[in-house]
Structures are given as C-alpha cells and as structure tokens.
Design a protein around this ligand. Structure first.
Ligand code: IMO
Ligand code: MG
Length: 398
C-alpha cells in the first residue's frame, strides 16, 4: 500500500518481494500509475502490468483496474516474449477509450485554476462510464457490445467518436486470449498452497473517498479495497505492507501542508529525481508528515512498513518531520478532521533529524537506525524493508 500521495517506491518493493510469491496482481487504478524498477542501467516503468513482470511471475490484472488497451499493448512489447503468456486480465476490468482521455483533458480545462492536475490518462471518465453503466468491460467487448448509448453520451460533450469502432477492434485483438477470472485464479493458487502479492496504484491520500478530495484519483487506494477489487474474500488478502518515502511528494494540485519550496525543494527534487514516471511533471516535494502517515497507517491496518529513498536525505543537512498541524491557534493530530481546511493548516515540526553522510550497504549506520526507530515509535509500526537507491539491489530486509 502507498502511504502518501503516490510514488512511494511501490514498484521497487513489489519487484523485490515478488521472489516470495507465485503471482503478482494489480487491483486498482490504471495507466495513471508509474511504477519504476531499475536493474543495472535499465529502467522499466510499469503503468498497467504488475511489477513482478521482470521476475518471471504469473501476472494478474484484477477487476478494479481501468485498462487502456493501447498502453497495455505498448507495455507488453517492451517485456520479454513470455510476459503475455503469464498475464491474465480480468473480464470485469473497465476499459479506457480514447474519448475518456479526451474527456479527462476537457474536464481539467473546465475546472480552470482549480484543475486537479490529473495525469490525463482518462481514469476518472473511465470509472465514471462504468458507474453510469455505459462502457463495456473487457468481457463485454469480447462478446459483442452495443456502443450506441456510450456514443450518444460522448457526443453530448462534443467528442469525436469516429475512431470508436477501430479502437474496439484493436482492443479486441489485444485482449483475445488474455481475459479470464483473476479472482478464481487467486483462489486456485492460494488453495493449492501458493501465494499472491497485490500491488496498489497511487497512495492512500489519493483515495477517492478517504483522500484529500477533490484532489484525488478516481478509485480506492486503501488495503480494504484489494479483495473487493480482485473478486476474492478478505481472507485471501493477507497482511498489508505500507510503503513510504522518507520525505513526501505530490504531483498535481491540492493542499500539501509540509511542502518545501525554493532552493531546498529544488535540491531534494533533483537529488531524488522527482519527476512523474507517467507525465514527466516535476513532483512537489515536502517533509515527512507523520499526521498524514498515521492516518494512512490506521486506514490500511498496516503493521509493517518499507521506507524508500533514504539515500536522498543523506545528502541534505537535516530533515524535518511534521508531528502536528496548527489551525486557528490550536494543535491537532486529526488528519481526517483537518481535511476540509488542509490548505490552511501549518505544520508543527519535531526536532530536526540528520541523515547527513549516512552510509548504506554494509549494515545501516546509526543515523539511519535512529530515523527508523523514530518512525517506528511515532507510527506504531515495524520497519521491515529499507531502500537506499533506485537500483534493484539497493534494498535491505530488516
Ligand atoms: P503511482 O501508482 C502520484 C494523481 C495525479 C492527480 C490525481 C488525479 O505511481 O503512485 P488521475 O489521473 O488519477 O485522475 O489524477 O492523482 N496521481 C498520482 N500521483 N502517483 C500516482 O501513481 C498517481 N496516479 C494519479 O497527479 O493529482
Ligand atoms: Mg509512480
């Protein structure tokens, strides 16, 4: 689970942990996600395919995912030849059409200065089309679907639907042979003694209902959604692992209490190479926010946490951690209660923490241990994984 506003390092963690599982499943979001795995000099960014693809694992795209067939096609083309034969896409997945992407852009323009800053990958419109029961799902597309109502709807927004037939045909070509029942497959794997890891997209604070609405994505991003989205009982979902960066980033609009701007912000952005893996946009950066993290930990029921990008802050003099919010002269630790006025709260920082000069690799240095113990104490979790560089090997299990 992502414990912040996305880009916590989930792809790297899933790639690392995939060795211990038989299958890797994505259950939410769509190609708005960008999960990066770096092997030697090679950088792979996954948008739709689960990050276990490079470990030769079985790959499941669960029913909660909004599938853009053109992105999936391009992604499969970049992967080893056998990736397609290891992949099952649930027949209940929503589809993202070119019109959904156009609608995404139009809606953003309509919002003007209060634009969400979406990835424009059509995710919101695709899920809306599902809620309106206008769009086909994967299995509908493969079994013949009446696009009449969807087409009339798109036309009302002035969208050109002339490419719809061709898109449907190309999508059918890609999805034929891939569609299946991923929930049933999970049960088969687990009942046979195997195991599955579920990879979320986005972070908890981007959850459609529990995040910083309206500056959120269009799906749930919390752990309790994984079973519903996969079509399995909660007992198949196991214990959630939270992934957090030792600072925070956010792409797009919306409040960000611990945002750091100016030279220091630019420096952290450049040290951490904080540019969107999907859109290339510079990510906004900020200090660790323990108020928001505590909320995310509770919401997900997380007891174990992975911390990423520790190397980045070892090159900065000191780091800060927000321990409370101040609003109207009083302090609060209530993230949910602060949400309607999140843009107005002022962060209250604890004493500075230093990771400067921390070494990684041959054991963790005292600075790193202190930070880990601090996070464990504040959040009531155990840090079980640490990542200190983007390359796959720069990860330690604790
Ligand atoms: P991963 O999985 C960071 C953000 C967008 C925007 C908001 C809504 O890599 O962590 P959308 O296109 O979803 O309608 O945009 O959500 N967003 C992400 N930010 N990481 C992501 O994915 C994101 N996916 C969406 O920037 O603010
Ligand atoms: Mg990302």
């Amino acid at each position: 689970m992502g414990l912040q506003w996305g880009d916590e390092g989930k792809g790297k963690v899933v790639d690392y942990l995939a060795d211990r599982f038989d299958a890797v499943a994505r259950f939410n979001g769509g190609s708005n996600a960008g999960h990066t795995v770096v092997i030697g000099e090679r950088r792979h960014t996954f948008h739709l395919i689960p990050s276990g693809a490079l470990k030769g694992k079985e790959l499941l795209v669960g029913a909660g995912v909004a599938v853009d067939p053109s992105v999936m096609k391009d992604e499969l083309a970049m992967l080893p030849d056998d990736a397609r034969s290891r992949l099952t896409v649930d027949g209940r997945c929503s589809l993202v059409s070119p019109m959904d992407k156009e609608l995404d852009a139009k809606l953003e323009e309509m919002r003007g200065s209060s634009a969400i800053g979406t990835t424009r990958r059509g995710i919101g419109p695709a899920y809306a089309m599902r809620a309106l029961r206008l769009s086909p799902r994967v299995s509908d597309l493969l079994n013949g679907f009446d696009f009449g109502p969807a087409e009339s709807f798109y036309k009302k927004f002035g969208l050109d639907t002339s490419g719809l037939d061709e898109w449907a045909e190309e999508s059918r070509r890609l999805l034929t042979g891939l569609a299946g029942d991923t929930g049933a497959r999970v049960r088969e794997v687990c009942d046979g003694g195997g195991s599955v890891i579920y990879e979320t997209s986005q972070g908890t604070l981007l959850d459609l209902v529990h995040g910083s609405y309206p500056y959120v994505t269009a799906t749930h991003t919390v752990s309790s959604y994984a079973p519903a989205a996969m079509g399995i009982a909660p007992s198949y979902a196991g214990e959630p692992l939270g992934v957090m960066k030792c600072y925070v980033t956010r792409v797009g609009g919306g409040p960000f209490p611990t945002e750091v701007s100016g030279e220091l912000g630019d420096r952290i952005r450049s040290l951490g190479m904080e540019y969107g893996a999907t859109t290339g946009r510079p990510r906004r950066v900020g200090w660790l926010d323990l108020v928001a993290l505590k909320y995310a930990v509770e919401l997900n029921g997380v007891k174990e946490v992975a911390i990423s990008k520790l190397d980045v802050l070892s090159k900065v003099k000191e780091l800060r951690a927000c321990v409370a919010y101040s609003l109207d002269g009083s302090e609060t630790h209530d993230f949910q209660g602060s949400l309607p006025r999140l843009g107005e709260v002022k962060p209250v920082y604890g004493p500075p923490i230093s990771l400067q000069g921390a070494e990684f690799g041959s054991g963790l240095s005292p600075e790193t241990r202190r930070l880990i113990e601090y996070v464990e104490g504040e959040l009531g979790v155990r840090v079980t994984l640490v990542s200190y560089g983007e390359e796959r090997s720069k990860t330690v299990s604790l």
